[in-house]
Design a protein around this ligand. Structure first.
Ligand SMILES: NC(=O)c1ccc[n+]([C@@H]2O[C@H](COP(=O)([O-])OP(=O)(O)OC[C@H]3O[C@@H](n4cnc5c(N)ncnc54)[C@H](O)[C@@H]3O)[C@@H](O)[C@H]2O)c1
Length: 322
């Protein structure tokens, strides 16, 4: 298959591109390197530095290479940044994605796998969160993804688009060559690993007074290789189900305290942890029901045990420690 991977110089896109190449697909990565890095693009992928909103170039790429499926990872995805600069999120995640869809239509390519997020649900009203849980995002990032989800339904109806939407919970972990390596890091596990490696002096835990067994937030961590596997399964599934939405999580949460303890154990380092106050809008518990993806895609997370996640990320950080 010929797959166009947007955002393939970023974390998840680079791992999916790597796995597509391993199974023999032709991969074209489009990335504007706004947060991604050229070095993250797998060697055997063709790389085009360009914005997903560049209709002319993307149309030509899709048409000239007879691309079968677009996997759209490119986005801005920092919740806090979206609160202070919503325009950037609507421009990058909504306006640019509409341009990408326009290019797909112009080139006659109508198969899309779209990266969405648990942030579309907002404050959970029940746990685990099923795909039927009401969507009520509480930040512009989540809303920007939900807007595209809703638009895709109409693209399916009017233009015959076939699409799979994945709502990732907390992507984590690494493969041998690809992992989280951002200049601005906000995710729990890489921040803890950076602290263990001495690149940060302290780690601040946001709140330990939640209504959870140890008082810290609980999140559902899903290994990036398991996310990649779901995307690969979705390619064939597009032919069976023209429009589908799946959570990607494990159904099991880990508390921040449990993650901290696991990082200490795996790294063999003691960490300087400071406890700060809660962050506005952080729900106590976010755990997915992943039953639908298991049933319909035959997907079964293989690497998402917390120890496996932390060990793989630690190995990646040790190898890439400068
Ligand atoms: N990491 C997570 O835990 C998580 C959770 C839920 C959803 N997601 C979604 O998954 C996708 C990938 O996330 P990630 O963590 O790999 O992010 P990332 O920031 O590591 O990668 C995003 C990539 O997209 C590129 N990009 C951004 N805007 C672009 C544009 N307009 N044109 C071309 N390239 C552009 C960036 O340069 C970067 O390489 C995003 O859509 C994100 O919203 C991620």
């Amino acid at each position: 298959m010929k797959i166009l991977v947007t955002g393939g110089a970023g974390y998840i896109g680079s791992v999916v591109a790597e796995q597509l190449l391993e199974r023999g697909d032709t991969v074209i990565v489009v990335d504007n390197l706004s947060t991604g890095k050229r070095a993250h693009v797998p060697r055997d992928a063709r790389f085009v530095q360009c914005d997903v909103g560049d209709v002319e170039r993307i149309t030509a790429l899709l048409r000239d290479n007879a691309v079968d499926v677009v996997m759209h990872f490119a986005a801005a995805s920092l919740v806090g940044e979206s609160m202070s600069d919503p325009e950037h999120y609507f421009q990058n995640n909504v306006a640019q994605t509409f341009h990408l869809l326009k290019a797909m239509r112009a080139a006659g390519c109508s198969r899309l796998i779209f990266s969405s997020t648990a942030a579309v649900y907002g404050q959970p009203i029940h746990i685990p969160i099923t795909e039927e849980h009401p969507t009520a995002p509480i930040n512009p990032y989540g809303l920007s993804k939900l807007m595209m989800e809703q638009a895709l339904a109409w693209y399916g109806q009017a233009y015959g688009f076939r699409y799979t939407i994945f709502r990732y919970f907390n992507a984590a972990g690494a493969t041998t060559h690809h992992g989280e390596d951002r200049d601005v890091e906000t995710h729990l596990i890489p921040l803890l690993l950076q602290t263990a490696l001495g690149r940060r002096d302290t780690f601040t835990l946001y709140g330990d007074d939640y209504d959870t067994p140890d008082g810290t937030c609980i999140r559902d961590y899903i290994h990036v290789a398991d996310i990649a596997d779901a995307h690969i399964r979705a390619i064939a599934h597009l032919e069976k189900r023209p429009a589908a939405i799946y959570n990607l999580g494990t159904g099991k949460g880990s508390s921040n305290r449990e993650v901290i303890d696991m990082v200490k154990e795996v790294s063999g380092k003691d960490l300087n942890i400071q406890t700060g106050s809660r962050r506005a809008g952080d729900p106590g518990i976010l755990v997915a029901s992943a039953q639908k993806a298991r049933e319909e895609l035959g997907w079964q997370p293989q690497y998402s045990d917390l120890r496996q996640i932390v060990e793989s990320a630690w190995r990646f950080n040790m190898t890439n420690d400068k």
